[in-house]
Design a protein around this ligand. Structure first.
Ligand SMILES: Nc1ncnc2c1ncn2[C@@H]1O[C@H](COP(=O)(O)OP(=O)(O)OP(=O)(O)O)[C@@H](O)[C@H]1O
Ligand SMILES: [Mg+2]
Length: 358
């Protein structure tokens, strides 16, 4: 998939802009506060209807304006050309595809596949397990047709059980929900294992290339998987009641980086964490391509931050090989030079305006 054209209005400091990016590498460069991240944010909004920086859309609408608009023409393998429009503001949430309103965020998300890496992506490595779960769930949502349904069933039953933990002292009402949790957990875990099997081969290869050590991730499924979940839930109800929440189950999944012998890796530096976050996202993009025949679009905010010039060059060379569409922001043009590769389409951003340069 790639973006043929992108327009936005009233988006942060960008009153109005339009670009026709290259299907390959696109570089957005310019000084601090010029609007580079905002352009990536506008692209992100096409697939998510929300910002990756703030939860309140009011902050994204240009000060003094009421609503923001982002429209794009996309070229996709599976659905041909798509014309997508998003209108957002306080109380306004309208998404249209080829002239028809989309009612659900999931419909929109299925149309646009993006891989986002920002200076905050180190959280994928050193942040809480929730960051890794969200990332994994997002990847699986795009490639496993039944995953969202199992996920919803599991979380609905989990919410009921957590509510019972706080309100009920008798055992009776728990069993049906614990059984439902177990049924959905079996499907979730089978899907996750299969997905991670495909993903982790790519992670090993990329981590060798980026970090010079082959890494893998040990999966902790969220409970002792040798035992049926319903049995563990029943046995540990009293402990869960004390804690006030369910302590076992697939909602506690974690991925632990380790070496090939299975020993947990030592602490990574910030630069290494960034390389690892890029590794995970590129491996995820590869699985997505294998499964769907579609290449996601990479959005990489401030690629050069935390990376030395050789690491940046390794990432750029690999991105070039994927032949996916990539948007990279940088403060200086020289930070992103692709040796031997195609010249990127280069856009200079300054005080909320955008100009393509040679
Ligand atoms: N709702 C808004 N209305 C108007 N301007 C805004 C709004 N939100 C943010 N801005 C301004 O937009 C400008 C661009 O921010 P952005 O984060 O896109 O810059 P950037 O080019 O990525 O900078 P950096 O190199 O520091 O990362 C900032 O000056 C910010 O104050
Ligand atoms: Mg920025």
């Amino acid at each position: 998939m790639y973006v043929l054209g992108l327009r936005a209005e009233e988006f942060r400091n960008l009153r109005r802009f339009e670009i026709f990016p290259s299907p390959g590498l696109n570089l957005l460069f310019g000084p601090n506060a010029s609007g580079k991240t905002s352009i990536l944010e506008a692209l992100f909004l096409l697939g998510h209807a929300r910002s990756f920086r703030v939860s309140n859309i009011r902050q994204v609408v240009r000060r003094g304006a009421r609503v923001l608009r982002v429209t794009a023409e996309l070229e996709t393998e599976r659905r041909g050309k798509l014309s997508l429009g998003v209108e957002r503001g306080p109380g306004v949430n309208r998404v249209r595809c080829n002239g028809a309103d989309l009612r659900r965020t999931t419909e929109q998300a299925r149309l646009v596949q993006l891989c986002l890496v920002t200076p905050d992506s180190h959280a994928l490595i050193e942040g809480s397990a929730q960051c890794r779960r969200r990332w994994l769930d997002w990847g699986m949502f795009h490639v496993e047709p039944g995953y969202l349904e199992s996920w919803r069933r599991y979380y609905a039953a989990l919410r009921q059980r957590n509510c019972l933990l706080r309100t009920t002292t008798t055992a009776g009402p728990f069993s049906p929900w614990e059984k439902k949790m177990q049924e959905a957990a079996v499907q979730l875990c089978a899907g996750r294992e299969e997905y991670l099997r495909q993903l982790l081969g790519g992670v090993q290869e990329l981590s060798r290339e980026f970090l010079f050590v082959p890494l893998r991730f040990r999966i902790f499924h969220g409970w002792d998987k040798q035992r049926p979940l319903a049995e563990v839930l029943e046995e540990e109800r009293h402990l869960d009641r004390e804690a006030g929440f369910t302590r076992n189950g697939p909602h506690r999944l974690d991925l632990i980086p380790c070496n090939l012998q299975g020993d947990p890796s030592p602490q990574f530096s910030r630069g290494q964490q960034k390389m690892l976050a890029l590794t995970l996202n590129m491996a995820q993009a590869q699985v997505f391509l294998n499964k769907t025949g579609e290449k996601p679009v990479f959005l990489i905010d401030d690629l050069a931050s935390e990376l030395d010039s050789q690491a940046t060059a390794r990432v750029l060379a690999r991105l070039e090989q994927t032949q996916a569409q990539v948007f990279i922001s940088a403060t200086h043009r020289e930070q992103v030079s692709v040796e031997g590769g195609r010249d990127p389409a280069t856009f200079h951003v300054e005080q909320g305006t955008l100009r393509q340069v040679q």
